[in-house]
Design a protein around this ligand. Structure first.
Ligand code: NAP
Length: 254
């Protein structure tokens, strides 16, 4: 994996930061993005070394950001073997609110970041992948989308988040089938509750109930998602293209 290059969105914190660490540990050079946390992002580059890892501020919800981001990654590391669409946002958006504008804004922002960010960046990154040499088994590039258990459940108080992740799972299947002949494989990873900033508030409010609902009895760590992403990026699962791996302590088994 020493000549490989990955582009990871939202690598400054949480799951994304551990994905960057896991890929770098495997010898992959990683270009990652952040939205606001410049300090954390540059600390991660310092931790892993500038020869291996680079970062840039880039709002995944801004369609104008994708082409410059892909160009910067290629200018820095020469190619893109793996795209990890990890950046995402989560907010409660209950059915029984009385503010229609807030409801609408929640759906729009959630879809702009969680779905369209991933869809648009994949489109641009795959233009590069199609132009690259085959690395193994006819594969030129891999797209790994970080979805969620919420994709499958019918969430009660954040339907927008669940729907955005369900669409991301379906998009993964479409890449797998629609881009296979171009040498591109795609996977989704669907975590349940993972101990990151995103889950802090919910866990603080309802930690015992959430843990009680997880047969494993514990919330997962970001490293437990990252190790799966690194395996998918290794090529070891290429023939499983189109699938989604659940990472949820058996809290939702399909
Ligand atoms: P997190 O701790 O909140 O970190 C989010 C990361 O995404 C940060 O690096 C953040 O950058 C970046 N980001 C947010 N909005 C962005 C934007 N508009 N443009 C670019 N980057 C942006 O979240 P996490 O828990 O690691 O979540 C990572 C992924 O896993 C998300 O897709 C999330 O939906 C999914 N997931 C998480 C859980 C969970 O329980 N934690 C469960 C299921 C799925 P800054 O640091 O600059 O803000």
């Amino acid at each position: 994996m020493h000549d490989r290059v990955a582009l990871v969105t939202g690598g400054s914190r949480g799951i994304g930061a551990d994905v960057v660490r896991a890929l770098a540990r495997d010898g992959t050079r990683v270009f990652f993005t952040y939205a606001n946390a410049a300090g954390a992002a540059h600390a991660l580059v310092a931790e892993l070394g500038e020869a291996t890892v680079a970062c840039a501020q880039s709002d995944v919800g801004d369609p104008a950001a994708h082409e410059p981001l892909v160009a910067r990654t290629i200018a820095r590391f020469g190619r893109i073997d793996t795209l990890v669409n990890n950046a995402g946002i989560f907010a409660e958006n209950p059915f029984d609110g009385d503010d229609f504008a807030a409801w609408r804004a929640g759906w729009k922002r959630t879809f702009d970041v969680n779905l369209f960010g991933a869809v648009d960046l994949a489109y641009v990154a795959m233009q590069q992948m199609r132009a690259q040499d085959v690395v193994a088994h006819g594969v030129r590039g891999r797209v790994i989308n970080v979805a969620s258990r919420a994709a499958h459940r019918g969430e009660m108080t954040f339907a927008d988040y669940g729907a955005s992740k369900a669409a991301l799972v379906n998009f993964t299947k479409s890449i797998a089938r629609g881009c296979a002949r171009a040498g591109i494989v795609a996977f989704a990873v669907a975590p349940g509750f993972i101990e990151t900033d995103m889950a802090t508030e919910t866990l603080a409010e309802s930690g015992p109930a959430i843990r009680g609902d997880i047969p494993s009895g514990r919330v997962g760590g970001p490293d437990e998602v990252a190790s799966i992403v690194a395996f998918l990026a290794s090529g070891g699962a290429d023939y499983a293209t189109g699938t989604t791996i659940d990472v949820n302590g058996a809290s939702y088994v399909r």
